[in-house]
Ligand binder design. Structure first.
Ligand code: SF4
Length: 73
């Protein structure tokens, strides 16, 4: 699974951090960081995080070779 957060849309509500703290976290007061390609075991939690986001800033997709390489950069 690939995770993309539209940080222009994100309002730092933190719902994703509560739903999947192993994938989403804050650096400082409001700067959201996240694992772009989380482990498969986190899939359910990441789906819950995407559904919980009040501004629909989280997009989930399939990992391809191209975006996996991008996430490693
Ligand atoms: S739930 Fe949505 S708005 Fe809130 S921190 Fe996560 S991505 Fe940002």
């Amino acid at each position: 699974m690939q995770v993309v957060v539209d940080l222009n849309r994100c309002q730092s509500y933190g719902q994703c951090v509560f739903a999947a703290p192993e994938v989403f976290w804050f650096r400082g007061a409001e700067s959201l960081e996240y694992d772009h390609v989380p482990d498969a075991e986190s899939g359910r939690a990441v789906e819950r995080a995407a559904l919980a986001c009040p501004v629909q800033a989280i997009t989930l997709g399939r990992v391809t070779e191209a975006n996996a390489a991008e996430a490693r950069c």
